[in-house]
Design a binder for this molecule. Structure first.
Ligand code: CMP
Ligand code: MG
Length: 417
């Protein structure tokens, strides 16, 4: 039975679950068998990758069970593929098509080949090459940046809600690009991840944070629970040499492990958490903090919270944005904090932008507050200067929001220079 014919338009690929198929073409009226495929093989993938007509006819040789891989499934993956891989894939397929059309010695059956189709093809190719070239250049620049120390760590303060003192800092990477100025991670993090450079950069960030912890302990007016957070990926966590690096640096700088917190986004944890569970335990046994970043955005089931050995949650900014007294937003955050505390976690609220939010979060017993209301991420010396000014050297009674509000006001005044 024919599954599709050479020259047809293709909307899906197939994986053979049961049975066998025959791939064939027709040359000068002769039926030529190109291949036979069995269980586990895929066919019909070419038309989906480069959107050309079917390059061959495929028919079932026996009773077959086929798993359909839809065009959308492939298209989404192709669209999000590393541009360099996408270019290489396109080139390989193009060469394969060239070689089969030579060997078959007759023109490939094609779509009615008008100008428009040809131009569209050429445009796609130019676009693929341009994206790949940009990515190759960016990755080369990133290597140079690492070698020439063009990366800097900025720090955003986390305020201990109860005392108003500095409870922590989050280290955030910036790239001082030689011609483009200061770049935020959005411009380069993906290239860094896909090229594997992120491994070296994460190590560098850990060491910078250790250096900073020593500096802050010497000069800062910080909370006893003070900790510096570093954003890491589950790939970092899964890498035993990264763990060794963390252990070595803590020892080298003589830092209490609890001064360092590793942040992992909730969505990454949901994707790869199972694989890194035991490694996460190692970090906790070492005494290093582990915090779930962007909490509340990644998943619907909360049962995972009891499974992962984490020490903190960072409530995503989107929840803080909705925080208004006696509104559902308040109840959601109250529940998150209650749940987190019940499990023994330290709770950070991200994206605190107004005094009203800060006061309410304090009332709800959130542990740490982070956001533009206090400060943007700033270079270390600026963070240190803010810290000195913010050394509100007393604890507020829990319900004394007036005193806290006064202190907050002085904090945000100090921050807005
Ligand atoms: P597609 O072009 O979508 O449809 C026909 C399929 O046959 C093609 O994808 C490949 O999966 C397969 N195919 C084409 N040429 C060959 C070949 N020479 N050998 C084996 N399989 C082929
Ligand atoms: Mg973070």
């Amino acid at each position: 039975m024919e599954i599709f014919r050479e020259g047809d338009l293709g909307y899906c690929a197939y994986i053979i679950v049961k049975g066998r198929v025959e791939v064939s073409t027709c040359k000068n009226g002769d039926h030529i068998v190109l291949a036979r495929r069995g269980v586990g093989d895929i066919f019909g993938e070419m038309a989906i990758v480069d959107r050309k007509p079917r390059s061959a006819t495929v028919r079932a040789l026996e009773d077959c069970e086929l798993l359909v891989v839809s065009e959308e499934q492939l298209a989404f993956r192709l669209a999000t593929l590393d541009p360099i891989l996408k270019m290489v894939l396109g080139v390989i397929l193009e060469r394969f098509r060239e070689s089969i059309s030579h060997s078959r010695a007759f023109p490939q059956v094609a779509l009615p080949s008008d100008e428009g189709v040809q131009n569209a093809d050429a445009d796609t190719r130019v676009d693929l090459y341009r994206q790949a070239i940009e990515r190759i250049e960016l990755e080369q620049e990133l290597r140079v940046a690492l070698r020439d120390q063009q990366f800097e760590l900025f720090f955003q303060p986390l305020i201990a809600a109860r005392t108003g003192r500095l409870g922590g800092l989050e280290g955030l990477i910036r790239w001082r690009h030689p011609t483009k100025g200061l770049l935020a991670p959005a411009a380069f993090i993906e290239a860094m991840e896909q090229s594997g450079l992120i491994h070296d950069v994460s190590r560098w960030v850990v060491e910078e944070c250790c250096r900073t912890i020593v500096h802050v302990e010497k000069h800062g007016a910080c909370d006893p629970g003070f900790s510096i957070s570093v954003n890491v990926t589950t790939r970092d966590i899964a890498d035993p040499s990264f763990r060794l690096h963390v252990r070595r640096k803590l020892a080298e700088y003589e830092i209490a492990p609890s001064r360092l917190t590793l942040e992992i986004t909730e969505s990454q944890l949901m994707e790869n958490g199972e694989d890194v569970l035991s490694l996460m335990r190692d970090y906790r046994e070492m005494g290093v903090g582990l915090s779930i970043d962007d909490f509340g955005t990644g998943y619907s089931s909360l049962s995972y919270l009891t499974r992962y050995p984490v020490s903190g949650l960072k409530i995503d900014k989107s929840f803080v944005d909705e925080l208004r007294p006696r509104q559902p937003g308040e109840e959601i955050i109250r529940a998150m904090i209650g749940l987190g505390h019940g499990l023994g976690f330290k709770i950070v609220a991200e994206g605190v932008e107004t005094e009203e939010q800060a006061l309410l979060l304090r009332k709800l017993k959130c542990d740490l507050l982070q956001g533009y209301h206090f400060s943007k991420p700033v270079p270390l010396d600026e963070a240190m200067a803010l810290m000195q000014r913010w050394a509100v050297d007393r604890a507020f009674p829990d319900e004394d929001n007036d005193a806290f509000a006064a202190a907050m006001e002085s904090l945000s005044r100090a921050a807005s220079f």
